[in-house]
Design a protein around this ligand. Structure first.
Ligand code: 13P
Ligand code: SF4
Length: 304
């Protein structure tokens, strides 16, 4: 089918199925174009609340669909591609959390939303890159076990000097492929460009940022800024929305295409097939969902 025909077929099926389509900024632009809502992880976790549609179709990675299911257990949640999964979500195991809990008093387990439902279940609060700093600052606990992303954890810790952090060694292989050498080279070529950095990058890259924030934060900053040029230190899918919102501004890569292979698994054909067949709905046990929900609800409450 031609792209336009697939898009028409998706619209038709979406209505028949009473479905809503959500997409992260990192998926291919053709997929972003057919989504009802596009956003960062935090926005996508909120926009699914209290929707009238029966079916939620997620164009993103598995932890996003799981979070939607946990927050809306009565809804059917399907993934455009069931194999699209964030490796970081599996970089910590439950035993590590239980060990740290046994070692420290006055401890909060702060879990980046890029994690398995089982890990959320054992955590006190979830965070995303857009609210991690605000939430950790709000917590009364002295000790913070920040899981699984080491880089986001260290960035948050650098802004919370009064707290004691225990870090884990999780990372995003996409963002850590961005090196400070490449960023400095891009800055040499575009000296008047602002450097916008996602906090999943390593600290030496973060330190070069004129702005550090989530994908939505980066888009917002570039849109409000009086600057005309920006070096973008995050996944390439964000360029679509950046250009949509700022057609006259210039956006530069750090020299190589920063590509999340899992986000890029999603295509229009897969969206169509998932809607047509109802794919394989996300299923989680009641006991995991109810406790994991507390960590997500705590995030929504503390982020406001
Ligand atoms: P945000 O959506 O919070 O910017 O995080 C980016 C990411 O890597 C999602 O997997
Ligand atoms: Fe996971 Fe990184 Fe891909 Fe986001 S960009 S889904 S953190 S691998």
């Amino acid at each position: 089918m031609e792209q336009q025909d697939i898009k028409q077929a998706i619209y038709k099926l979406k209505q028949e199925r009473n479905a809503i389509i959500l997409a992260h900024y990192y998926v291919d632009e053709s997929v972003q174009q057919i989504a009802d809502f596009i956003g960062d992880s935090y926005y996508l976790s909120k926009v699914v609340l209290n929707r009238p549609e029966e079916l939620i179709l997620f164009c993103g990675v598995k932890f996003m669909g799981e979070s939607a299911k946990i927050l809306n257990p009565e809804k059917t949640v399907i993934m455009a591609d069931e194999y699209a999964d964030c490796p970081m979500a599996h970089m910590i195991d439950p035993e590590t959390i239980l060990d740290i809990r046994a070692k420290y008093d006055d401890l909060a387990v702060v879990c980046y939303i890029n994690s398995d439902a089982e890990i959320k279940r054992l955590s006190d609060v979830c965070v995303t890159s857009s609210n991690a700093l605000k939430i950790v600052k709000t917590l009364p606990h002295k000790n913070i076990f920040f899981i699984p992303d080491n880089n986001l954890g260290r960035y948050v810790a650098s802004k919370c000097p009064g707290k004691h952090f225990i870090f884990h060694d999780g990372f995003c292989h996409v963002h850590t492929s961005i090196t400070s050498e490449n960023v400095l080279k891009a800055k040499e070529i575009h000296p008047d460009a602002k450097i916008l950095v996602h906090p999943e990058c390593t600290m030496d890259v973060i330190d070069l940022g004129d702005y550090v924030g989530s994908t939505a934060g980066i888009i917002d900053y570039a849109t409000r800024s009086s600057s005309e040029k920006f070096i973008i230190c995050t996944e390439a899918g964000i360029f679509y929305e950046l250009k949509q919102k700022n057609p006259a501004k210039k956006f530069y890569t750090v020299g190589h295409r920063v590509f999340c292979p899992n986000m890029k698994l999603i295509s229009l054909e897969k969206v169509y097939n998932a809607l047509k067949t109802y794919a394989k709905p996300i299923e989680l046990s009641e006991s995991i969902m109810s406790k994991a929900k507390t960590a997500l609800v705590n995030m929504h409450r503390l982020a406001e």
